[in-house]
Design a protein around this ligand. Structure first.
Ligand code: ADP
Length: 401
């Protein structure tokens, strides 16, 4: 029998990195958090026990299995560990980036699920294989401990064809699964649910727009608790202007740049992924703290980059108000959504005509759950900090209890 109170190791595997949190599901608190970097290059573990100092261990990490073994060693270490025995870990929750149209919710991982995730590899060639390597490593090192997959795409699977179909020949959807999937689903789910609770909205009669604004950014329209539309597409490239991603552009630009630059499509895609967005626009940074500092010093391109970001976000919000035929609440989350009052103010300044009024004092705060609209605002605007790791731990417990 599984206990309802569990210690869940939450793992987010990238191609050369691995983020982890050990979460006590009873308190919802992280007992330890950490990051393995430079896997396959050299290797560095950053481990922080709750309430303790960060410990850095530099040691060769040729692969993810070695990295996970180091994480487990850190968790039971006499000095900076938080567990007496690894047997205390009840389950592992894995963030899996792409579940295609196969996975509409989180699942307990077995061989069939592994094969299903592998089938989605072509849709997320950098992420899914890394996620699978993380699962395999846990299966090897902790046999008998259940592994759960929580998909970035699953919450968006409620979209109807009208929202997820692209204007392309239909056979590409049938043969190659070319459609909108959406990402950051764990965050959009966590934050929209919390918004319903916090604002006492009826789930069956609610229209919520969630703005997950971080380094990667996406906005979703959640009607009656289900995603109706979202700004990221078949991949996370589509939608908003992001830290380093371009978001929506005219597809002809790709062809044009390959000719102008004499580069391959792959090279141009790397530019669109890593060198574009507010970084490319400003030439300063992908981090909005640097952009705000540069704008304050009179850097016009940095100022323009932030404005382009906010303008695009406002256009998406406007389109989702049209799609849902109204909106009860607009919620901001993630690094920027929670902390950057300039961006929030710029975005919301487009909605005065709708009777949205912002409490400037509330909006000047950051990092906490709060309502930032005035009591007489026609639409409630809130900030709700996201916690994807906690959401993954909760899904894990929910599946196993
Ligand atoms: P990621 O998509 O990598 O998880 P985040 O959600 O951490 O990104 O968002 C990164 C952005 O959020 C950066 O541009 C940064 O300026 C901003 N940000 C994150 N934390 C803070 C903070 N404490 N104060 C101000 N801005 C922050």
């Amino acid at each position: 029998m599984w206990r309802y109170e569990m210690k869940v190791l939450v793992i987010n595997c990238g191609s050369s990195s691995l983020k982890y949190q050990l979460i006590d599901s009873e308190t919802g608190k992280a007992m330890a958090v950490g990051l393995c970097e430079r896997i396959g290059i050299d290797g560095r573990l950053n481990h922080t026990p709750a309430g303790g100092e960060k410990v850095v261990v530099e040691k060769d990490m040729p692969d993810h299995e070695v990295a996970i073994r180091m994480v487990l060693d850190a968790l039971v270490n006499e000095e900076h560990g938080v567990l007496k025995d690894l047997k205390e870990i009840d389950a592992v929750g894995h963030r899996v980036v792409h579940g295609g149209d196969k996975f509409t919710k989180s699942v307990i991982i077995d061989e069939e699920v592994m094969a299903g995730v592998e089938e989605c590899n072509p849709l997320a060639p950098l992420h899914n294989p890394a996620n699978l390597i993380g699962v395999r490593a846990c299966q090897t090192i902790m046999p008998g401990v259940p592994n759960i997959a929580v998909f970035d795409t699953a919450f968006h699977q409620t979209m109807e064809p009208v929202a997820y179909m692209y204007g392309l020949p239909y056979e590409y959807y049938e043969k190659y699964k070319v459609r909108r999937y959406g990402f950051h689903g764990t965050s959009h789910s966590f934050v929209s649910r919390r918004a319903l609770q916090m604002l006492k909205l009826d789930v069956n009669d609610s229209k919520v727009i969630v703005c997950h604004l971080g380094n990667g950014s996406s906005i979703s329209a959640v009607k009656n608790g289900k995603v109706m539309d979202t700004s990221m597409g078949m991949t996370p490239m589509e939608g908003l202007v992001m830290g380093t991603r371009c978001g929506d552009i005219d597809p002809t630009i790709v062809e044009y740049l390959t000719h102008q630059l004499g580069k391959s499509i792959e090279e141009v895609m790397t530019i669109l992924n890593r060198e574009s967005g507010v970084l490319g626009l400003s030439g300063v940074s992908s981090d909005f703290r640097d952009l705000d500092a540069a704008s304050n010093e009179g850097n016009e391109r940095a100022r323009m980059a932030v404005e382009v970001f906010s303008y695009r976000a406002a256009k998406y919000i406007g389109s989702y108000i049209a799609a849902m035929n109204g909106v009860d609440a607009i919620v901001f989350t993630a690094g920027l959504g929670e902390n950057n009052c300039v961006v929030r103010q710029q975005i919301l300044s487009h909605f005065g005509y709708m009777g949205i009024a912002i409490d400037e004092e509330a909006n000047s705060k950051r990092g906490e759950e709060m309502i930032i609209s005035t009591p007489d605002s026609k639409v409630t605007v809130a900030v709700i900090p996201t916690n994807e790791e906690l959401a993954i731990a909760r899904e894990t417990v929910e599946l196993l209890k």
